[in-house]
Write a protein that binds this ligand. Sequence first.
Ligand SMILES: [Zn+2]
Length: 129
Amino acid sequence: MARLRTLRSPLSILDTRTGKALAPVASEQDRKRRLDKTRGSARQRGYDRDWEKLRDVVVIERGCRCEACGIIVVLRKREATVTTPVAEVDHIESITDRPDLRLERSNLRVLCKPCHSGRTARDQGFARG
Ligand SMILES: [Zn+2]
């Protein structure tokens, strides 16, 4: 394995006159990241390790149920099925509006993926916490 890795040189754009590498060819991921610069990475948008830990705790505390439709949800995408969608923890006040409430439990709401994607839940006025 280690040997294979040493054989694989990074792809570069070669300057045809000097034969020197100008820049590594951007991976597809890099390219997408660059295109998506205005949005920033998940981490830059406030979804860091603290958030990842908190979101799991909140889902479990609230009984692994979507707070909008009541369906049982699971923590991980790989555990999800047609009848048990993955849990998504939504910020009631968005991080953009209230960065101070990012890790505030009362500002969080467990939703199933369909409810979260719909975003209509936000306007249906169900109670907090
Ligand atoms: Zn739901």
